[in-house]
Design a protein around this ligand. Structure first.
Ligand code: 13P
Ligand code: SF4
Length: 350
């Protein structure tokens, strides 16, 4: 059991010892006491890009969740080692699309729609799902580049199977002018199309029935309450929030988009933000000249992101220094190959 100071010293010392052999990447949802040690911080797209560029580093320590570390390993060289400080840092959304269920759904979708569908997966998915998408001519997207990626996908095929987040899929397609009537849900547990509003044949978006448990906590009632109490407050949310919340908000975008919007706002701007609480609290600290609050009155941490803490970071760095790296994330060769096809396609599009 180390004190906070001791942990900080251990992490700093390990970083010094490893020098250029080590790069620490941190997602915006990480806790302050962890992200302070990140060499680069960013949203999912930025971290995927930066990770892919870090060819010099022997070790990439990913302060984020499992699928992000898998993406880093997929884009890394053979010689590089990717480490996730706590292997329990998963993502409940990524777990909602299981590869066996997706294969099954694909068969049904082919039966229904023939060769008119291209699969696209949000990067918040396992490497196996990314590989599936790569094998079937599709690609990945993040919340930063979803519009560009969907435009590309619609240039290939008439319909998109969008995995695993129904909300990002629906919000993005609607923003592109696709009516809700042309979107259906595929429910893997029931093995059926749901939310069919018109003719199934008209479907352009087939949305996997997945969601983010953190962003699901933001509601239209919260927005209404704020509008009544403080009509000047700007409301900005992440597109993992549900459709009604995104429609009721003033702006929606990825974590990087939210940060840039706040950075560009004049002093005195008042914000309610609908995304993970660590980022909202950090923005409030960094912009004391603005008034920044969480959209929800109850806390909404991403529990798995928060599993990465200083003791875990210090521990994995110690093991790297000792020449015995632990908590390595290694995507098998076949999966990595097809997953890289999908990810490279995304990086080329955006
Ligand atoms: P972005 O950082 O790409 O906006 O993603 C948010 C998220 O939920 C990551 O899991
Ligand atoms: Fe997954 Fe949601 Fe946490 Fe992002 S915020 S890592 S989508 S559970």
């Amino acid at each position: 059991n180390f004190t906070s100071e001791e942990l900080d010293q251990k992490i700093t010392a390990a970083k010094e010892t490893l020098g250029k052999d080590l790069v620490i990447l941190g997602h915006h949802y990480q806790r302050d006491d962890v992200i302070q040690f990140a060499d680069f911080r960013g949203d999912s797209l930025k971290l995927a890009r930066i990770g892919a560029e870090q060819k010099e580093a022997k070790y990439i320590v990913f302060c984020g969740v499992h699928f992000m570390a898998e993406t880093a390993d997929t884009l890394a060289t053979e010689e590089q080692t990717v480490v996730l400080p706590d292997l329990r840092a998963g993502c409940s959304m990524a777990d909602m699309a299981d590869i066996a269920e997706v294969e099954e759904a694909w068969e049904e979708i082919q039966k229904q729609f023939g060769d008119t569908v291209i699969p696209v997966t949000y990067v918040n998915s396992t490497a196996a799902i990314k590989a599936f998408v790569g094998k079937h001519g599709g690609t990945t997207c993040t919340s930063s580049n979803a519009v560009q990626v969907l435009e590309w996908a619609f240039a290939q095929k008439k319909r998109i199977l969008f995995l695993p987040d129904q909300h990002l899929g629906r919000n993005t397609a609607y923003q592109m002018g696709i009516p809700l009537e042309n979107m259906v849900i595929w429910a893997p547990n029931e093995g059926e199309f749901q939310d069919v509003k018109g003719n199934l044949e008209d479907a352009q978006m087939i949305l996997w029935k997945g969601h983010c448990s953190v962003h699901q906590k933001f509601t239209v009632d919260q927005i209404k309450g704020i509008r009544e109490r403080d009509p000047d407050m700007k409301i900005i949310v992440h597109p993992e929030c549900n459709f009604d919340v995104v429609q009721a908000a003033d702006q929606a975008g990825s974590t990087d988009y939210i940060i840039k919007a706040i950075e560009a706002a004049p002093p005195g701007t008042r914000w309610a933000i609908g995304t993970e609480v660590n980022l909202v609290q950090r923005l409030a600290q960094e912009h004391p000249d603005q008034h920044i609050v969480l959209l929800s009155t109850t806390m909404c941490p991403c529990l798995t992101m928060n599993r990465i803490d200083r003791p875990h970071l210090a521990w994995v760095l110690d093991q790297i220094v000792a020449g015995n790296p632990i908590n390595q994330i290694k995507v098998d060769e076949e999966t990595a190959h097809w997953s890289k096809v999908a990810l490279d396609q995304m990086l080329a599009i955006s």
